[in-house]
Design a protein around this ligand. Structure first.
Ligand code: MEV
Length: 312
C-alpha cells in the first residue's frame, strides 16, 4: 500500500434458505449471498503508531461493538503472521446487525480481504473463508461456518460443516421479501440454548434435525426443478421445525403467517432467530403486497430483493 492510499474492500450479507441451527449438527444448509447489503472497509496507513478504528455508521459505538471489531482485527492479523498495523480502519455497513443476515461474518470477510491485501497475500475464497471463520469463532464461540462460507464465496452454497462448500445453481431468479421483526436476535445465545436443550433431549432434537434435513433436501430438488411452490412449501416446513427447537418468536411466527396468507410460496425466519428477520419467497407480482402485509403485521421494515440465476 503506498503511503496514505486507502485500501478498500467489501463483502455482502447472507440469507439462509434452510438448515440453520441444524447445520451446527451436520445437517446441510442452503445459503445465498445478498449483494445489495454490504460491509465496506477502508484501511489507510498512518504515522500514528496504532490501529485507529472508526465505525462510520455508528457515532457512538458500544463497547461490545468496538471489542468485536478490534478482536477480529487482532485474530486476522495474527493468523496472517503480523501484528496490528499503524493505520486507520474505517468500517461502514448497510447490513443490519443482530438480524440473521450475517453482519459479523460480512465484517470478518471484508477485514480478511483488507488485511491480506495489506500484507500482499493473495487469498482464494477458501482461504478468506478460513481466516474470517477464525475471527467469527473467536468472537462468537460455536458456529458452523455457514455464514463466512457464503460471504467469502459470494455464491449460493449447499454447506455442510467441515466439508468444502458446494456451489449450486438457481434455475431462475428468486424474489425474496425480507422483513425485520423489530426484535434484536442473538445467534450466539440461541445456538447455546439449542445446544443445552439438545444435550438434555438428544432423541427429540435428533428428530427435529432429521425433519430439517428432509426439508432442505426438498429445497434442493425444488431449486433444481425451478419449482418455487415446492421450494416455498419446504421453507414453511423448515419454519415449523425451527419453532419446535425454540428459536422462533411470536412476532416471527406472525410475519411468516401473514406472508403466506398474502400469497408467498412459503416463509420462515432466517439465521439465528430469537428476533431478527423473517423471509418470504414471493411470486414477483405479489412481493410488494407481501412486504406491506408484513409491515402491517408489525415488521420494523420489509424489503424486496431478487437473488439472480447463477451457474455452479
Ligand atoms: C446463523 O446464521 C446460522 C446458525 O446455524 C449458526 C451457525 O451455523 O453458526 C444459527
Amino acid at each position: 500500500m503506498s503511503p496514505r492510499a486507502a485500501l478498500r474492500t467489501s463483502a455482502p450479507a447472507k440469507i439462509i434458505l434452510g438448515g440453520e441451527h441444524a447445520v451446527v449438527y451436520g445437517v446441510p444448509a442452503l445459503v445465498l449471498p445478498l449483494s445489495g447489503l454490504r460491509t465496506e472497509v477502508s484501511l489507510r496507513e498512518s504515522n500514528i503508531p496504532k490501529l485507529r478504528i472508526l465505525l462510520g455508521d455508528l457515532p457512538n459505538p458500544s463497547e461490545a461493538q468496538m471489542a468485536f471489531v478490534s478482536g477480529a482485527c487482532r485474530t486476522i492479523t495474527a493468523a496472517l503472521g503480523h501484528g496490528l498495523p499503524d493505520a486507520t480502519l474505517e468500517v461502514r455497513s448497510s447490513v443490519p446487525i443482530a438480524s440473521g443476515l450475517g453482519s459479523s461474518a460480512s465484517l470478518c470477510v471484508a477485514l480478511s480481504r483488507a488485511f491480506s491485501r495489506l500484507h500482499g497475500t493473495s487469498m482464494a475464497p477458501a482461504d478468506i473463508q478460513r481466516l474470517a471463520n477464525e475471527a467469527e469463532q473467536a468472537a462468537h464461540g460455536r458456529a458452523s461456518g455457514v455464514d463466512t462460507a457464503a460471504i467469502a464465496w459470494g455464491r449460493p452454497l449447499r454447506f455442510v460443516t467441515g466439508q468444502p462448500p458446494e456451489p449450486f445453481a438457481l434455475a431462475g431468479p428468486l424474489t425474496l421479501v425480507i422483513a425485520h421483526s423489530g426484535e434484536v436476535g442473538s445467534t450466539q445465545a440461541a445456538v447455546m440454548d439449542v445446544a443445552l436443550r439438545r444435550d438434555s433431549e438428544p432423541d427429540l432434537y435428533g428428530g427435529y434435525f432429521a425433519g430439517i434435513r428432509e426439508a432442505v433436501d426438498r429445497m434442493v430438488q425444488a431449486l433444481q426443478a425451478g419449482d418455487p411452490a415446492a421450494l416455498g412449501a419446504a421453507m414453511t416446513d423448515n419454519q415449523r421445525w425451527l419453532q419446535a427447537i425454540g428459536v422462533s418468536t411470536p412476532m416471527l411466527d406472525r410475519l411468516v403467517r401473514v406472508a403466506t396468507q398474502a400469497g408467498a410460496h412459503g416463509a420462515k425466519l432466517t439465521g439465528g432467530g430469537w428476533g431478527g428477520c423473517a423471509m418470504a419467497l414471493a411470486p414477483e407480482d405479489r412481493a410488494e403486497a407481501i412486504g406491506r402485509a408484513m409491515i402491517d403485521a408489525g415488521a420494523a421494515w420489509a424489503q424486496v430483493t431478487t437473488v439472480g440465476a447463477s451457474q455452479p
